[in-house]
Design a protein around this ligand. Structure first.
Ligand SMILES: NC(=O)c1ccc[n+]([C@@H]2O[C@H](COP(=O)([O-])OP(=O)(O)OC[C@H]3O[C@@H](n4cnc5c(N)ncnc54)[C@H](O)[C@@H]3O)[C@@H](O)[C@H]2O)c1
Length: 449
């Protein structure tokens, strides 16, 4: 099938590359010319494991474009995967979606399914339909919603081997078209890449076919649930600290109950990234339009905010005076294996520390270049290597659980620090390893072993 993907960010590029790998003829379109130029030259503008490898294997089915005129006319399916960041009023900013929908309509030359892959509030499918209609000149099209559940850092794995595929549409031909498109994924009939093997025992992938509104709500409901799971364990973590319980053991004891599950139950600095904050805010706003409060989702957001502040306060408690101190942040990306800094706890913690008069140095294995661009004015000293980051610091704070931070030689590094204090924001470092190197270890939720 001929597929166009609008927006070549974390979601659009991954989707385009995977559909090309499955054998579809894919055009990835972005209005950012520099991104498209890089992609045409084989450079990938984001850090995402295996994206380059899958892209290389799919290259004969993949092209890139900046103009709707060249991309849209031949398309059977057109995915919209543009950004929907939070606007000033807390609602998702839908201007990129609007512009994409109007441009699609203008260039439709044969019947096509327009698919919302961006996370958009309930009702957006209808809105997109009316926008495309404005410019489509009577050309037949249908709108579908196909929310994306990939996790940055394992996006290729999640896209090739999803837990489920959700497709919402109010017209049966749109659902049938989407079924044909995803058939190799649903049946897992494609040859798995040698470097990204199919999980053992993975059978057919469930296709959840719904109406438009249900598919749109599934995405928000799923993200809000994951966010509140993390906030829940952080709330319990605070109590664990007070009563002298070990939150690690508590989480294990809860999570092994299959009704609860162990995933998204890691206590620490809470969630960040481009989705959970934005999507929980949008869910609350949508519910507000129907005069419905969402106290559970509100509480999940509050706990997440509190945890970042609490990290700074705990460090302050240890160092007594933050003014004049230098703090080293290990990790900037909102989670490991990505360079995404959107709503990254590290950036908020850095500004809270600086507001209290501390100087902040920071390291990240892949996100430094993006950080220099994203927050040049913030005053963080970005360091290319860990030794420079830690030298002359009063404390180090582990913010992102990059595996290489588990292997550090604290004896050597600690000798260059002003005070040998490490704050582990993610319950990730090995206490024995640090203490035997003479370091003092503090943890986000208590210091119980
Ligand atoms: N990043 C994730 O992990 C993730 C997961 C699931 C869902 N989502 C959702 O997917 C959507 C995209 O997220 P992302 O992280 O890929 O965003 P992104 O910001 O990385 O990429 C968006 C891309 O769209 C392009 N764009 C904007 N307007 C355009 C237009 N009119 N025409 C063509 N291109 C245009 C931008 O230049 C950019 O390259 C969002 O709604 C997000 O909430 C993201």
């Amino acid at each position: 099938m001929n597929v166009t993907i609008i927006g070549t960010g974390y979601v659009g590029l991954t989707t385009g590359v995977c559909l090309a790998y499955l054998g579809h003829n894919v055009c990835c379109l972005d209005t950012d010319e520099s991104k498209i130029r890089q992609l045409e030259q084989g450079h990938i503008p984001i850090y995402e494991p295996f994206l380059a490898e899958v892209m290389a294997e799919a290259s004969r089915n993949l092209r890139f474009a900046t103009s709707y005129e060249t991309a849209i006319p031949e398309s059977d399916v057109i995915f919209v995967a543009v950004g929907t960041p939070t606007g000033a009023d807390g609602n998702p900013d839908l201007r990129y979606l609007r512009s994409a929908a109007l441009s699609i309509g203008q260039h439709l030359k044969k019947p096509a399914v327009v698919v919302n892959k961006s996370t958009v509030p309930v009702g957006s499918g209808n809105w997109v339909r009316s926008l495309v209609e404005e410019t489509a000149n009577g050309m037949r099209f249908a709108v579908a919603s196909n929310p994306e559940f990939l996790r940055e850092g394992s996006a290729l794995h999640d896209s090739l081997y999803p837990d489920r595929i959700v497709v919402g549409a109010d017209e049966s031909w749109a659902l049938e078209t989407m079924y044909r498109l995803y058939r190799p994924l649903i049946e897992q009939s494609f040859n798995a890449p040698s470097f990204l093997r199919r999980p053992e025992g993975l059978g057919a992938v469930p296709l959840v076919a719904t109406d438009l509104a249900s598919a749109e709500l599934i995405k928000y409901a799923a993200n809000a649930f994951l966010a509140l799971k993390i906030s829940y364990i952080n709330e319990i973590g605070q109590l664990a600290e007070r009563v002298g319980a070990d939150i690690h053991q508590v989480a294990k004891g809860i999570g092994l109950d299959t009704r609860i599950g162990t995933r998204f139950l890691q206590a620490g600095l809470g969630w960040g990234g481009s989705c959970f904050g934005k999507d929980t805010a949008a869910l609350i706003t949508t519910a507000g339009e129907y005069n419905l409060p969402m106290p559970i989702v509100e509480a999940a957001r509050q706990v997440n905010q509190r945890v970042r502040l609490r990290a700074v306060e705990k460090l302050q408690q240890e160092l007594k005076v933050l003014k004049g101190c230098t703090i080293a942040l290990l990790g900037l990306a909102f989670k490991p294996h990505t360079d995404d800094l959107r709503d990254a706890p590290a950036l908020e913690i850095a500004s809270k520390l600086m507001l209290r008069g501390a100087k902040v140095k920071a390291h990240d294995p892949v996100a430094l270049a993006r950080a220099r661009q994203a927050v040049p004015e913030q005053g963080i000293v970005f360091c290319e290597d860990i030794a420079t980051t830690l030298r002359d610091c009063d404390a180090a704070m582990l913010v992102t659980e990059w595996p290489q931070y588990q292997e550090l030689d604290w004896k050597t590094l600690g000798a260059t620090m002003r005070r040998k204090v490490v704050f582990d924001g993610r319950h990730f470092l090995d206490r024995q390893r640090l203490e035997s190197a003479g370091m003092k270890l503090l943890r986000m939720h208590g210091d119980v072993e």
